[in-house]
Design a protein around this ligand. Structure first.
Ligand code: PPS
Length: 295
């Protein structure tokens, strides 16, 4: 890639108090004026919560379980990452403007930063949440290998930054709570990574109903099979291996890393876990949003 130095490993910049990749901030006017269409489906998540998994599932539902059709292109082409603008390399807003309807749109934006046109067009949205501890571990490994984000430092340093919301897309706590509240007045299907691990067919059925589709059992079974961790890890259109190594170095940590619930136990020390839990109680007080940290 040209100009590596000027693009990669730069510090995050702020939009309304939320830290984001620097050029998303520079090009924020483009993101803010994004033109949603009424038949867009938005897949929204805090990073590392199962975006790629649910994107593949929804694309498979749209294509009636035809796995070959879903291999037509990389997941980030089939489901463009709306706000990601990297000068000279990628522009989610422009990519989506050229895309025929119905479009699948990926975002990690916290609810208050979502472009107004999504609300104005009453777009359907799927929000996927994953427990805070597994997200922290996944995000740490991602930031080690993904040069678009600042270097995460040590795990000890990272966990503090994460708890303070000083990572890309800001506070996990505010993100999951913000979208949880919004579902009260907007068509948002709020799902959990852990539920999906527990019973993928049940969760895929929820998505199917939300999208107003009716697929045969055998098609659902095919979707479960094709979107398993093992299959997606081997699938070049979902494992991000098409991204150049100077941006994502999968020899440091693969994008499809472990795909489990409860890996945090292999990383948190007893002391870190206690501190994290105390802080969690404070930040999540007053919400009825519940997470499972193992299944
Ligand atoms: S990103 O970069 O924010 O869009 O990443 P995202 O896709 O949201 O999250 C990546 C994590 O999801 C795991 N993953 C899966 N888990 C189970 N089953 C399937 N099919 C699957 N696909 C992706 C992926 O492995 C990352 O989690 P970790 O814990 O790092 O393995």
């Amino acid at each position: 890639m040209e100009n590596d130095e000027s693009v990669l490993r730069r510090k995050l910049e702020m939009v309304c108090g939320v830290p984001l990749f620097w050029s998303i901030v520079e090009e924020w006017a483009q993101v803010e004026s994004f033109q949603a269409r009424p038949d867009d489906l938005l897949i929204s998540t805090y990073p590392k919560s199962g975006t790629t998994w649910f994107s593949e599932i929804v694309d498979m539902i749209y294509n009636n379980g035809d796995a070959e059709k879903c291999k037509r292109d990389a997941i980030y082409v089939r489901v463009p990452f709306m706000e990601l603008i990297i000068p000279g390399i990628s522009n989610g807003v422009a990519q989506l403007a050229k895309m025929p309807s119905p479009r699948l749109v990926k975002t990690h934006l916290p609810v208050q930063l979502l472009p107004d046109s999504f609300w104005e067009n009453n777009c359907k949205m799927i929000y996927v949440a994953r427990n805070a501890k597994d997200v922290a571990v996944s995000f740490y490994h991602f930031d080690l290998m993904n040069k678009l984000h600042p270097d995460p430092g040590t795990w000890e340093q990272y966990i503090e930054k994460y708890m303070a919301g000083r990572v890309a897309y800001g506070s996990w706590y505010d993100h999951v709570k913000g979208w949880w509240e919004k579902r009260k007045d907007h068509p948002i299907l709020y799902l959990f990574y852990e539920d999906m691990k527990e019973d993928p067919k049940r969760e895929i059925r929820k998505v199917m109903h939300f999208l107003g589709k009716d697929l045969k059992e055998e098609v659902l079974d095919r979707i479960v099979y094709h979107t398993s961790f093992e299959m997606m890890k081997e699938n070049p259109t979902t494992n991000y291996k098409m991204i150049p190594k100077d941006v994502m170095d999968q020899s440091i940590s693969p994008f499809m890393r472990k795909g489990i619930a409860g890996d945090w136990k292999n990383h948190f020390t007893v002391a870190q876990n206690e501190t994290f839990n105390e802080d969690y109680e404070r930040k999540m007080a007053g919400t009825n949003l519940q997470f499972r940290t193992e299944i």
